[in-house]
Design a protein around this ligand. Structure first.
Ligand code: ADP
Length: 163
């Protein structure tokens, strides 16, 4: 398949899960470059700082050629224009994601008609997985093996359980 252009995969990634990694791997098969872009939103409370989230993303995507990790704090479409990217990647898990994603995609289209949103579905095993559920399980001392890479689980344990 001929690959096309630069795509941006925006998200909180607080922290990155195997679901996100699955989406990144699917995206890189379709596009020349995938910029995984951490949203810097001071009003949204996150467990990890932007730097920590980028560091974790870099660690788990090392070895995936064509993937770069970055961050942005402005309107997504403005950031994309600066990066000369024309595709937004979003993951779709269940129907519950649909309404929000639909609203975002159409808003972004209104703001920038040339930018297209592409939705990718993860492997079935990850369709119920979210960063929030992973944090909740670790907080309650459960194992998140299979949900996040080992190094991310270690970071979560350090952050949530060692005071
Ligand atoms: P946001 O706060 O923007 O929703 P997330 O980091 O939670 O940020 O998610 C970024 C994108 O990845 C969203 O499109 C979300 O639907 C998708 N995503 C999150 N978890 C998964 C998963 N397990 N499988 C597929 N896509 C996912």
């Amino acid at each position: 398949m001929k690959k096309k252009g630069i795509a941006v995969y925006p998200g909180s990634f607080d922290p990155v899960t195997n679901g996100h990694i699955d989406v990144i791997k699917r995206a890189i098969r379709l596009f020349d470059r995938v910029i995984v872009a951490v949203i810097e939103n001071p009003t949204k409370k996150t467990l990890f700082s932007v730097d920590e989230r980028m560091e974790m993303l870099r660690a788990v995507t090392r070895g995936l050629s064509g993937v770069v990790v970055s961050h942005f704090d402005r309107l997504l479409v403005d950031y994309m224009k600066k990066k000369k990217a024309s595709i937004i990647i979003r993951g779709l898990r269940a129907v519950s994601d649909f309404e929000y994603e639909f609203q975002m995609a159409l808003t972004n289209r209104k703001l920038a008609p040339d930018i297209e949103t592409v939705f990718l579905m993860p492997a079935e095993a990850y369709t119920y997985l979210s960063s929030s559920i992973v944090k909740e399980v670790v907080r309650l001392n459960g194992s998140v093996k299979g949900f996040v890479p080992r190094q991310i689980e270690a970071r979560l344990i350090r952050k949530l359980l060692t005071k």
